[in-house]
Ligand binder design. Structure first.
Ligand SMILES: *Cc1c(COP(=O)(O)O)cnc(C)c1O
Length: 466
């Protein structure tokens, strides 16, 4: 399997090459040259597999340059710290079932892909006798998932920028409690956008980037997208184990990474009826799937909500969906992004009906009041406590429930991460497990730097792996 760019301008790459590369050299995103297929027989043969075994099978369709025994060892290692089922399903009520994607070390779904990414990046670097210095910016969740996945890896160092004093105490503890000589937490005197601009400046300085082997593990990384396909297959298998015939999935969405993997699973042949995209007040994607107009917002138009991991102004992975929408024609993708640069939006309103009819994608938006009300209603009905992102999903899912179709809602985080909103909704202070208590009380490791590219360059040059 080779990987090509959505904009058609770079040489085909192997899986390992594409995952180390990040952005394609022409500014596009790496996509499989053809999507692999999964038919009904294959699905039935996979029914008895454990989660790591299933991950090996699904990932083998994409990572044809990695021997299966190596892949099996990596999937085993990636999910070893999870509970036995890895992704447990739990029935909420007659309509909805939650898919537990938040059983990993940082209590959010990003662990599902990051834990595998940590293994496969280390593997690809070993093969090449290379090292990577991961440079990233985080407002909280992605950074901690990356650090927990990359800690202890010999060939990888992490330089993670976060806005000084702007993360929750829980998020700070999750990142800063990591005590690893190759994990560098850097608190920048500025806001998240300042952190991101510093990353862009250094990654755009090709001399510096090459000299210090800078890399990224952000949400457009191909390995993350492929690792997420696995749990859509798993969720379909587990739902249909229980005698259910038809299955739809609702996905709390931000950068369009998670639901893109569901879209790939469906295109590959997993019989998912609908993919329901749930947005919060930052509803760029709901707007797109309703109107066909994609209009990214400015930072000033992006509001801080109670489901912060979905607070996006643009959805980086949408380009991979557009690529399929335009029949995999890179010229049309280039044209669409030229329109975006020139006029600030892309108009696919003529194709709007295809979103649901052909691709099964529908969408909706929740408000803060919806989420709080949903957390309360679920708690009162079943005693289950769900986090505000999952509540976005549950709220929007209700609008798309159909008779005879099981609606799965992806649980993208555990409620313990969002204690304030939970308290507001149900008046309960969640008890922390002993492990969480220990993490919250552990000494913190973080360096303060000014919002200054020169200071950051000097810091990295001194500590990067070479
Ligand atoms: C990252 C994240 C999302 C959004 O996922 P995308 O892949 O960006 O669409 C939703 N919920 C939680 C808890 C997250 O951490």
């Amino acid at each position: 399997m080779q990987y090509i760019s959505t904009r058609g301008g770079s040489e085909p790459l192997s899986y390992c090459e594409a995952l180390l590369e990040g952005l394609a050299t022409d500014g596009g995103l790496a996509v499989p040259e053809t999507l692999p297929t999964i038919d009904a027989d294959l699905l039935e043969r996979w029914r008895a597999l454990t989660y790591p075994q299933l991950a090996t099978e699904v990932l083998a369709l994409f990572a044809t340059d990695i021997p299966r025994t190596d892949l099996a060892r990596m999937t085993q290692a990636a999910y070893a710290g999870f509970p036995e089922a890895v992704v447990p399903l739990r029935r909420l009520d007659d309509e909805l079932t939650l898919v537990g994607l938040s059983e990993g070390p940082t209590l959010a779904f990003k662990d599902m892909a990051m834990q595998f990414l940590g293994e496969v990046v280390e593997y690809a670097l070993e093969q090449r006798d290379a090292v990577m210095n991961v440079l990233g910016a985080t407002s909280g969740d992605t950074g901690s998932a990356a650090e927990h996945a990359l800690r202890g890896k010999e060939r990888i160092a992490v330089f993670m920028l976060s806005p000084q004093g702007r993360m929750s105490p829980f998020q700070r503890a999750q990142m800063f409690s990591i005590d690893d000589p190759r994990v560098h937490n850097i608190a920048i005197g500025g806001v998240f956008d300042d952190c991101q601009n510093l990353v862009k400046e250094l990654a755009g300085d090709l001399g510096f980037k090459r000299a210090h082997f800078l890399g990224a593990v952000n949400s457009i990384n191909l390995a993350r997208i492929t690792a997420q396909v696995v749990y859509y297959v798993w969720a379909w298998l587990r739902a249909t184990d229980a005698g259910v015939v038809e299955v739809s999935v609702t996905v709390p969405s931000g950068n369009f990474g998670n639901i893109l993997s569901g879209f790939y699973a469906r295109q590959m042949g997993v019989p998912l009826r609908r993919l329901v995209l749930a947005a919060n007040e930052n509803n760029v994607l709901d707007e797109f799937f309703r109107s066909g107009i994609y209009r990214p917002r400015s930072a000033a138009e992006t509001v801080a909500t109670s489901s912060p991991s979905m607070d996006i102004s643009k959805a980086s992975n949408l380009e991979r969906f557009i690529f399929e929408l335009v029949g995999r024609d890179p010229e049309r993708v280039v044209g669409a992004w030229r329109d975006l640069d020139a006029q600030g939006y892309i108009d696919f309103s003529a194709e709007r009906a295809r979103f649901a009819d052909e691709f099964g994608i529908v969408s909706g938006t929740s408000t803060h009041a919806d989420r709080v009300g949903t957390i309360r209603a679920v708690y009162e009905r079943s005693g289950d406590v769900i986090d505000p992102h999952t509540a976005d999903g549950v709220r929007v899912a209700r609008d798309y429930v159909e008779p005879g179709v099981r609606m799965l809602v992806l649980e993208t985080a555990k409620p313990e991460k969002f204690a304030e909103t939970i308290h507001e909704a149900i008046g309960v202070d969640l008890a922390y497990t002993p492990e969480l208590r220990e993490m919250l009380d552990a000494p913190q490791h973080v360096v303060d730097l000014p919002d200054d590219a020169e200071a950051l360059r000097a810091f990295i040059a001194q500590r990067a792996l070479h």
